[in-house]
Design a protein around this ligand. Structure first.
Ligand code: RIB
Ligand code: CA
Length: 318
């Protein structure tokens, strides 16, 4: 049987769950990572780019890492999530600085160049604010025709937000960019808090990654200590969440998820900033939704099979 290999560009704001997802993508034989495009979000843009380089070097790979947007489309500089990801974005583990150089192209330029080079072949996997994707759409308005799909970690269809009662962090960080991206005519698969918060991972899970893969899994286990402390506040047990790996898992095995089709609007006014209001197909007669492209949203996930996929993929020897 021939295996399909998915060409992707991973757009990321590393970040601890970003690191876990990036290594998962590197380890998966079904996924060919053409490059990392970085963006502000969990950390400032310079740190996101440097962290992307560090992760590529730790995995002993030689792929482009680009620096991207440092600011949202509209409004002031972000406040960042150091309280979740540590001062360094990696849980304050004193990881050495990278030795390599960033690619000279901006994240948006890289996305456009690669899309023109491989028309119809690339899936953009976006696990940070959607600023780079919106900038790429401005650079190349025909981009949707050149891209195979856009798999997003962000938003929430039915679950509450994690920054405000209605907004998830990636969408909240650049709501205007998200509005542009969700209104463009490309196939979007959204993996939001409906599924990512449905699956808490105990410390045993990162211990399993480390046991299977001491370098990459060991890094994730160490970095996740700080992250776990944040997510375990107010609970009796210790847990953390690996949001960003979900859209990648879908590429390897779509049967892990139940997907619901519908139309989505992103709020940009102060009260609803970053809110992703989702109307399943047939549920509304409002033109405000009906004029939007139809997207797919993950509404259910198979916990044991997804957990096994993460652990088994980390175990693959490269
Ligand atoms: O809300 C979770 C998302 O916000 C993840 O992508 C995390 O890395 C942060 O960027
Ligand atoms: Ca992220």
């Amino acid at each position: 049987m021939t295996q399909t290999t998915h060409k992707i560009i991973l757009d990321t704001d590393p970040g601890i769950d970003d690191a876990m997802a990036i290594f998962f993508a590197f380890q998966a034989s079904e996924i060919d990572v053409l490059g990392l495009t970085t963006v502000f979000g969990n950390v400032p843009a310079d740190m996101a780019a440097k962290n992307g380089l560090s992760l590529v070097e730790l995995a002993n790979l030689d792929i482009p890492v680009c620096k991207g947007a440092a600011m949202p489309h509209v409004g002031p500089e972000s406040s960042y999530a150091h309280f979740v990801h540590g001062d360094d974005g990696f849980g304050n583990i004193n990881h050495p600085a990278p030795k390599g150089e960033l690619d000279p192209r901006s994240s948006a330029q890289f996305i456009v160049e690669m899309a023109r080079k491989h028309p119809g072949e690339i899936t953009l996997v976006a696990v940070g604010p959607l600023s780079n994707l919106a900038l790429a759409l401005k650079l190349e308005p025909e981009l949707p025709a050149l891209i195979k799909a856009v798999n997003i970690m962000g938003g929430s269809a039915f679950a509450p937000g994690n920054v405000t009662p209605v907004a998830e962090a990636n969408i909240w960080n650049d709501a205007h960019a998200a509005d542009i991206v969700f209104s463009a005519s490309w196939p979007i698969n959204m993996f939001g808090l409906d599924v990512t918060y449905d699956l808490p991972f105990p410390p045993d899970f990162t211990a399993s990654l480390a046991a299977r893969n001491p370098v990459l899994g060991g890094f994730v286990q160490k970095a996740a200590e700080f992250y776990t402390t944040f997510y375990s506040q107010g609970r009796d047990d210790k847990v953390c969440y690996f949001h960003d790996a979900f859209p990648l898992a879908y590429m390897i095995d779509p049967s892990l998820f139940e997907m619901t089709e519908g139309q989505l609007r992103v709020g940009t006014d102060p009260l609803h900033k970053g809110q992703t209001s989702f109307a399943p197909l047939g549920s509304t007669s409002s033109e405000l939704w009906l004029n939007q492209p139809i997207i797919k949203v993950a509404t259910k996930v198979d916990h044991p099979r997804l957990t096994k996929l993460f652990i088994d993929t980390y175990a693959i020897k490269r």
